[in-house]
Design a protein around this ligand. Sequence first.
Ligand SMILES: Nc1nc2c(ncn2[C@@H]2O[C@H](COP(=O)(O)OP(=O)(O)O)[C@@H](O)[C@H]2O)c(=O)[nH]1
Ligand SMILES: [Mg+2]
Length: 189
Amino acid sequence: MTIKSAEFIKGVVSDDAILFDNIPHIAFIGRSNVGKSSVINAIVGRKKLVKSSSTPGKTREINFFLIDEKVYFVDLPGYGFAKASFTQREKIRQLILWYLTDIEVKNRKIVLIVDAKVGLTKLDLEMIDILNDNQADYIIVANKADKLKRNDRQKTVKEISKNSFGKIVYLFSAKKGEGKNDLLTAIFE
Ligand SMILES: Nc1nc2c(ncn2[C@@H]2O[C@H](COP(=O)(O)OP(=O)(O)O)[C@@H](O)[C@H]2O)c(=O)[nH]1
Ligand SMILES: [Mg+2]
């Protein structure tokens, strides 16, 4: 399947009508610099729909993109940007928690993006706990798979899956376009 249209709607940082308009959400969450913007651009098939920046931690809003006029891709700010101040990191953490726990969306799927080469960090594990505590419907995408040696691919998938209570892990490379079809199918199934 391919996505036909994608349009930036708006960025929000607090209550907003867009949160309650009954359009389903597919929300992308991940550590800063994990390649979240790149993954979204790759599956949408647009190089620059979402700004992919070399200065991580810049996006502080929850950005809404209308996809094929029927579902939002929700791009959440990346967590854990090391160079941000404690206050900035805490603000982002609170914004993510607010979106996940306070905002009730009838139809919401979450795509947690992690770094295939780095594996699950402490903050990723914390996010997995939050998602589980909230009974979130989520999948895990291990991006930057192009950085893995061929022999390490299955090991990586198993390791991440083991530490996320058996979640399916989708190997992905935004750089190479690997895993696009499987991910699109998983998202829209
Ligand atoms: N090798 C490799 N690098 C990637 C991949 N996806 C993203 N990157 C790089 O990782 C950095 C962060 O990407 P970006 O999409 O801005 O990450 P974000 O902060 O999570 O939105 C950039 O330098 C990208 O070029 C990938 O699949 N493979
Ligand atoms: Mg980004």
